[in-house]
Design a protein. Structure first.
Length: 222
């Protein structure tokens, strides 16, 4: 059996490999000059949904998480994601976007939220959300930053670099630390791998739909 540290390193490498494949999906071209602001705004509204769902999920898991260190990590993450929501909202206001009546959860929760909320063990939750989904978020945010730079939205790109990404990096570290501490048996490692794979598979389906059916690429994560 691999040690917990070895397992987490292998799992992270597997996630990174799948993310590299996902990075190649989509149109890297920046929008035309007249479309740039609309394209950035539409992606920021998607980000509001992602942040709201991520905050709710972390808060939802707190009462049923027995490990105090993980419970407190979830508390911080719930606050981080809620803070991100407010910061993005404020940034949209600087772009003169009226969010009156905007509901980030219109139409119900996303397939990713529905998948994640079904996990009951700390190992599955952390492998799926903090390690895998947040690793995806880091990559997707980097894509969005590059998109904003290409679209002439330098302020939005810098906002994501300085305000959003540092927290996302901490969320991934939370996932790694937790698995290194608790994924110490073959059964726990099987659970972690299965949960991570399910998130990656769903993320691939979601991204393919966004690109090929909705024409949206380089949307931010959470």
């Amino acid at each position: 059996m691999a040690t917990a540290g070895e397992f987490v390193e292998t799992l992270q490498q597997r996630i990174d490999l799948r993310m590299a494949e996902l990075e190649r999906v989509g149109n890297p071209d920046a929008p035309g000059e007249g479309e740039a602001m609309d394209a950035v705004v539409s992606r920021l509204k998607l980000a509001l949904r992602n942040e709201m769902e991520a905050s709710e999920l972390a808060a939802m898991w707190m009462p049923s998480t027995p490990e105090i260190d993980v419970k407190l990590g979830l508390a911080r993450q719930a606050g981080d994601e809620a803070r991100h929501y407010r910061l993005i909202e404020e940034h949209l206001e600087t772009l003169e976007v009226d969010l009156t009546g905007f509901d980030p959860l219109e139409g119900g929760y996303s397939p990713m939220f529905q998948l994640l909320r079904g996990y009951e063990s700390t190992i599955e939750r952390v492998a799926a959300a903090q390690l895998t989904r947040e690793s995806l978020a880091l990559t997707k945010n980097e894509q969005f930053i590059a998109f904003c730079d290409g679209a002439g939205a330098a302020a939005t790109a810098e906002f994501y670099r300085t305000e959003i990404q540092p927290d996302e990096q901490w969320h991934v570290r939370l996932g790694r630390r937790t698995l290194e501490k608790y994924a110490t048996t073959p059964d726990s490692q099987v659970l972690a791998l299965a949960a991570s794979t399910a998130v990656l598979d769903l993320a691939e389906r979601i991204q393919n739909r966004q690109v090929h059916e909705l024409g949206i690429s380089h949307a931010p994560g959470c």
